[in-house]
Design a protein around this ligand. Structure first.
Ligand code: 3HC
Length: 283
């Protein structure tokens, strides 16, 4: 099936970035969120990020206007997703919430519609199993900031059809991204490698090996990382990092994935990083 109309569910950081890149590549996008204020915030963020691109002469003012005109918003899945050829879900990392959304999508969308999840670690196979079309359910894992980062991790669930993987791969290329195929195991590849590094950086602080800024300096100056692991953890959100560590810990049943007690304590204290104004650094 030709994909023209895309619905993105969840207007947080990832959702607004995903809507941005689809609209900029010529797709009509409906951004769906139960919270109308979140939708206003998301469209204002997309507008601001496009304005930055105009200022840097990467796109013209008319490209920006055309991109914005392709984005509409909705507060319910019934009206916002019923005509979609592809739905990309980007809500919080809670399986029960995703389950409810995928069950509803299965009912309201056409049988041909591809249902993708931007989950960072929840099993695509488990999400697919709540629908009547597991062969059309796939992971499309984008990276923050979505308009900048090239990678889309294309995650194949146990029953994802080969044609669906091929179509999502092609479509990711149309977005100017570089798709990489992976199979559905905890954390996929990205977070299976990234999160234990971040967790170990937190252990280094917890055990008094070094201060956060010194851990980050080591990784930036010695390994050429654009952000140190603790700055990156704040940027991703410490709650998200903890959720992913718990998925790895539970999924592999291996103590090497145990979340650092300091990470748990910071999440308990609502020091979640950039979004709350404080994490390993103050913003
Ligand atoms: N939206 C759009 N564009 C943005 C942006 C945003 N939110 N933030 C930065 N940019 C653009 C800037 O306009 C600039 O564009 P230019 O190169 O054309 O001038 C470019 O990105 C670089 O920005 P800056 O010069 O302002 O800042 P930096 O050079 O410090 O780069 C960064 C910022 C791109 C965020 C860089 O620090 C970086 O790559 N950090 C690592 C990010 C990363 O690892 N992300 C993955 C997180 S893991 C994840 O998302 C998966 C999940 O499952 C956990």
């Amino acid at each position: 099936m030709q994909v023209n109309k895309v619905s993105v569910i969840g207007a947080g950081t990832m959702g607004n970035g995903i809507a941005h890149v689809f609209a900029q590549s010529g797709y009509n996008v409906t951004l769906i969120d139960v919270n109308p204020e979140q939708l206003d915030k998301a469209t204002a963020t997309i507008d601001k990020n496009l304005a930055r691109m105009v200022k840097k002469e990467k796109i013209s003012e008319s490209d920006k206007e055309a991109t914005m005109s392709r984005i509409s918003t909705a507060t319910d899945i019934g009206s916002g997703a019923k005509d979609a050829d592809l739905v990309v879900e980007a809500v919080n990392e809670q399986f029960d919430l995703k389950k409810k959304i995928f069950q509803q999508l299965d009912e309201v969308t056409s049988d041909d519609t591809i249902l993708a999840s931007n989950t960072s670690s929840i099993s695509i196979t488990k999400i697919a199993a709540v629908t009547s079309r597991p062969e059309k359910v796939i992971g499309m894992h984008f990276f923050n900031p979505v308009p900048v980062m090239k990678l889309v991790e294309v995650v194949n669930g146990l029953d994802t059809a080969k044609e669906v993987t091929e179509q999502i791969t092609k479509l990711s290329e149309n977005l100017g991204k570089s798709p990489v195929p992976v199979n559905d195991y905890p954390g996929f590849v990205s977070n299976r490698v990234l999160m234990p590094m971040i967790n170990e950086a937190i252990f280094s602080v917890y055990e008094g090996v070094a201060e956060p800024e010194h851990v980050d300096e080591v990784m930036k100056l010695g390994m050429a990382h654009p952000m140190g692991p603790l700055r990156l953890a704040d940027f991703i959100g410490l709650d998200v990092c903890l959720d992913i560590m718990r998925v790895l810990h539970e999924g592999f049943g291996d103590p090497r994935y145990r979340p650092c007690p300091l990470l748990i304590k910071m999440v308990d204290a609502s020091k979640l990083g950039d979004k709350t104004g404080e994490g390993f650094y103050k913003y």
